[in-house]
Design a protein around this ligand. Structure first.
Ligand code: FES
Length: 223
């Protein structure tokens, strides 16, 4: 996604999100602090209506608009949904090995599936494009300050909250918000850990079979 589109998208989502939050907060105020109950008899009804509109608006933003902009709802992905290699036989071309940066994750879309490609020398690995913690892109967001993190010890680190995954099998080897990550990243780590009080875990991620033929990468996708 181009940086301009990303800025536009984030602005729309930000404005929409603040408006939804305002409706929810306004609704809660009317419900819990209705003023004079004899003269403000409609406050409770008004509060409930505002609250419902705010929640529906926020939900619509999460579920409809954010995916259109390439941002998925921040709900965890479960390892139990990982598809075995035996059920992957739709091969898709994924470009040339020499065009991939060595040791740096890169996201590609293969038949609408988001895949993280990782090259280490002449080997290429393919993992889910999204981190299992909150469905944010493992390779960061192009044009934003959240950049892909170089591979270390055959592991890719999610640049958002620091979960680490083995690139050879998708195993989660470090959970998000580790003390080391939080110390190095006060905003993405320490601060966001409080926002993600309801979701602090990451599970193993999907991997895909990869073949290289004459320098061209092919990735198998589910049937
Ligand atoms: S989205 Fe990857 S660690 Fe949170």
């Amino acid at each position: 996604m181009s940086p301009a589109l990303m800025i536009l998208g984030v602005s729309i989502i930000g404005t929409w999100g603040v408006a939804s939050l305002g409706l929810v907060v306004g609704g809660l105020f009317l419900i819990f602090w209705p003023g004079n109950p004899t003269t403000d008899s409609g406050a409770l009804t008004g509060g409930i209506v505002l609250l419902i509109i705010g929640l529906v608006s926020g939900g619509l933003m999460q579920w409809c608009v954010m995916p259109l902009l390439g941002i998925d709802p921040p709900i965890p992905m479960r390892a139990k949904n990982i598809i075995p290699f035996t059920r992957m036989n739709k091969w898709a071309r994924a470009g040339l090995v020499r065009d991939l940066p060595d040791g740096l994750p890169k996201e590609v879309r293969l038949r609408s599936v988001r895949v993280t490609l990782i090259r280490e020398g002449d080997k290429v690995y393919a993992l889910s494009g999204l981190c299992s913690h909150a469905r944010l892109p493992l390779a960061g967001i192009a044009g934003s300050p959240i950049k892909p993190v170089p591979i270390q010890d055959e592991c890719v680190m999610c640049p958002f909250h620091g979960a680490r995954f083995d690139i050879t099998n998708g195993r989660c080897v470090r959970q998000p918000f580790s003390s080391q990550f939080n110390n190095d990243h006060p905003f993405l780590g320490r601060f966001q850990e409080k926002l993600f009080f309801w979701n602090k875990g990451a599970e193993d991620v999907q991997t895909y079979p990869v073949e290289i033929e004459n320098g061209e990468i092919r990735v198998a996708l589910p049937k």
